[in-house]
Design a protein around this ligand. Structure first.
Ligand code: NAP
Length: 490
C-alpha cells in the first residue's frame, strides 16, 4: 500500500457500522450510550461505538435462539456458500480492513493484511467443512441392532474474543459455528470492536440470515455476558483471552453445564540446540517474538539456548530487534507498532525492570520514547535468571529474555516449567532429537525449525492452563457439534 493519508484513515473508520447487530438489524444501544475506540499510536479517540446494556445482550440471545431451528435445517451447501462469499469479500476489501485494524489495534498495516488473510482462511476452510459433517452406521457386536451416529449443531453459542487478533479470533469461532448450523452472539474486546463490526457487515452482505450472527459491543463485559451464560437457552461458550478470565468463565459456565472451549494464555519456550541452523533460529525468533508486536498467545516468551551458541544467538537477535523501525502502523516502513494501552506497556516495563534487578543484562538500546502512544522498544535481555518473573508470566510485548542451558534434559525441564502449555518452538537439525523433544513437550502445538504454527487447516489449541478445545483443522467444527446415537431394532 502506498502512503496512507489522514482522509483515507477517516474514511475506513467512517464506513464501519457503529451500532449493535441484532436479529439482522443495526441499531443503537438502549438508552443510546456509546464507548470510545482509541488509536493506541496516539491515545486519541477514533470514534464511538454502541455500549450495549444487559437488555441489548439479552435481545441478541433472543435473536440467536429464534433463528436456531431454521438455521440448523438450512442446507450445508448453502451455509458453506455464505462463508465462501464472505471470504471473497474479505479478500476484496483486504486493504481497507487492514488499515481499520491497524488504527484500532496498532500493528503495522502489513501485519494487519496478513491477519485479514489468515482470518479469511477460516471462512474458506469451514465453507469446505460444512458439507463434510458425517455420521456412522454400524451393526452392534451381537447383531441385535443397528447403531446410527449423527452430529448435530450444539445450538446457540456465546463467542467472546480478545483485542490482539481482532478479526482472526472471530472467524476461527464464527466459521465453524456457521458451518455446523449454530447461531451465535459475539462479544469482541472493547479496545478493538471495529474489525468485528466490519466482519458482521461482510457476513450480512454475504447473505447470512438475520439472527444467525449477533454482535454487541460493550464496556461492561461481565455485566452483559453474565446473564447470557446463566440463561438455560445458551448451549455453548467459546472464549479466547486470558487464563484468569477463562477460569472465571468456566466457573460461571458450570451452572448450566455449558459446552466450553477455552483458548487461553501462553508462555511459549523457544529452544535452540547446539546443532541448530543459527540463521534459521534467528529468523524464526524474529517471527515468533515480533509477530503482532509480541502481543500473541503464541509469542516466544522465553528463549532457552544451548550455552555453546547462546552468546552468538543473543548478539544476532539483539542486532535484528534493535534495528526494527517503530512507529504508527499506518506509516511507511514501520515494523513495530505501539502496545494496546498504557496498562500493557506498564506491565512489560515492570517485567523488564524485575529481570534487570535480578541480574539480567540488556543487549538493546532500550530507551522508551516520551512521545504519544504506547510504544515500548524491542528489547533483548540475556543471562536472565530462573527466578525472573518474565520466565513465568506472559510478557505480551517486544521483549526477548534469553537463558542458557547445558543439555537436552535441562532444556526440556525448563520448557515445561510453566503452568501454560500452548506452543513451543524447537530448533535442531537432528531428526532423532526433534522427535524426542516434541514428544516430551507439554504443549498443544510445536513449531519445528520455524517460528509460526498458525494455519486454518491445523488444530490450534493448548493443554494445561492454556485451555482446551481446538480451533481450525478438521477438529475445529467438532466444538460446535453434538453426537447423537440412535439404537435401531433390526
Ligand atoms: P481478557 O482480558 O481475558 O479479555 C478477553 C475477552 O474477554 C474480551 O472480550 C473481554 O472484554 C472479555 N472479558 C474480560 N473479562 C470478562 C468477564 N469477567 N466476563 C466476560 N468477558 C470478559 O484478554 P485480553 O487481554 O483481551 O487478551 C489477551 C489474552 O488472550 C492473553 O492472555 C493471550 O494469551 C490470550 N489469547 C489466547 C489465544 C489462544 O488462542 N490461546 C489467542 C489470542 C489471545 P473487554 O475487552 O470488554 O474487557
Amino acid at each position: 500500500m502506498s502512503t496512507i493519508t489522514p482522509t483515507q484513515e477517516q474514511d475506513v473508520v467512517q464506513r464501519v457500522p457503529k451500532g449493535l447487530f441484532i436479529g439482522g438489524e443495526w441499531r443503537d444501544a438502549t438508552g443510546g450510550a456509546t464507548l470510545a475506540v482509541e488509536d493506541p499510536s496516539t491515545g486519541e479517540a477514533l470514534c464511538e461505538v454502541a455500549d450495549a446494556t444487559v437488555e441489548d445482550a439479552s435481545a441478541a440471545l433472543d435473536a440467536a435462539c429464534a433463528a436456531q431451528a431454521e438455521w440448523a435445517a438450512t442446507a450445508p451447501r448453502e451455509r458453506g456458500e455464505i462463508l465462501r462469499r464472505a471470504w471473497e469479500r474479505l479478500v476484496e476489501r483486504q486493504d481497507e480492513l487492514a488499515l481499520l485494524m491497524t488504527l484500532e489495534m496498532g500493528k503495522p498495516v502489513a501485519e494487519s493484511r496478513a491477519e485479514i488473510a489468515y482470518a479469511g482462511e477460516f471462512l474458506r476452510w469451514f465453507a469446505e467443512e460444512a458439507v463434510r459433517i458425517e455420521g456412522r452406521w454400524a451393526t452392534a457386536p451381537n447383531g441385535g441392532m443397528r447403531m446410527l451416529t449423527m452430529r448435530q449443531p450444539v445450538g446457540p453459542c456465546l463467542l467472546i474474543t480478545p483485542w490482539n487478533f481482532p478479526m482472526a479470533m472471530g472467524t476461527r469461532k464464527i466459521g465453524p459455528a456457521v458451518a455446523a448450523g449454530c447461531t451465535m452472539v459475539v462479544k469482541p474486546a472493547k479496545q478493538t470492536p471495529l474489525s468485528m463490526l466490519a466482519l458482521a457487515q461482510i457476513l450480512e452482505e454475504a447473505g447470512l440470515p438475520g439472527g444467525v450472527l449477533n454482535v454487541f459491543t460493550s464496556r461492561s463485559a461481565s455485566k452483559t455476558t453474565g446473564p447470557l451464560i446463566d440463561d438455560p437457552r445458551l448451549r455453548k461458550l467459546s472464549f479466547t483471552g486470558s487464563t484468569e478470565v477463562g477460569r472465571q468463565l468456566m466457573g460461571q459456565a458450570s451452572k448450566n453445564l455449558l459446552r466450553v472451549s477455552m483458548e487461553l494464555g501462553g508462555n511459549a519456550p523457544f529452544l535452540v540446540f547446539e546443532d541448530a541452523d543459527l540463521d534459521a533460529a534467528v529468523e524464526g525468533a524474529m517471527v515468533a517474538k515480533m509477530r503482532n508486536i509480541g502481543e500473541a498467545c503464541t509469542a516466544a516468551n522465553r528463549f532457552h539456548v544451548h550455552a555453546s551458541v547462546a552468546d552468538e544467538f543473543a548478539r544476532r537477535l539483539a542486532e535484528r530487534m534493535g534495528a526494527l523501525k517503530s512507529g504508527r502502523g499506518s506509516e511507511d516502513g514501520v515494523e513495530v507498532g505501539p502496545l494496546i494501552d498504557d496498562d500493557q506497556r506498564g506491565k512489560v516495563r515492570e517485567l523488564v525492570e524485575d529481570a534487570l534487578e535480578r541480574g539480567a543484562r540488556r543487549l538493546t538500546d532500550g530507551a522508551e520514547s516520551d512521545g504519544r502512544g504506547y510504544f515500548y522498544p524491542p528489547t533483548v535481555l540475556t543471562d536472565v535468571p530462573q527466578d525472573a518473573r518474565m520466565l513465568r508470566e506472559e510478557i505480551f510485548g517486544p521483549v526477548a529474555p534469553i537463558a542458557a542451558f547445558a543439555d537436552e534434559d535441562e532444556a526440556i525441564a525448563a520448557a515445561n516449567r510453566t503452568e501454560f502449555g500452548l506452543v513451543a518452538y524447537v530448533f535442531t537439525q537432528s531428526l532423532d532429537r526433534a522427535i524426542r523433544v516434541i514428544e516430551q513437550l507439554e504443549t498443544g502445538m510445536v513449531g519445528l525449525n520455524q517460528g509460526l504454527v498458525s494455519n486454518a487447516a491445523a488444530p490450534f489449541g493448548g493443554v494445561k492452563q492454556s485451555g482446551f478445545g481446538r480451533e481450525g483443522g478438521a477438529e475445529g467444527i467438532d466444538e460446535y457439534l453434538s453426537v447423537k446415537y440412535a439404537a435401531i431394532k433390526a
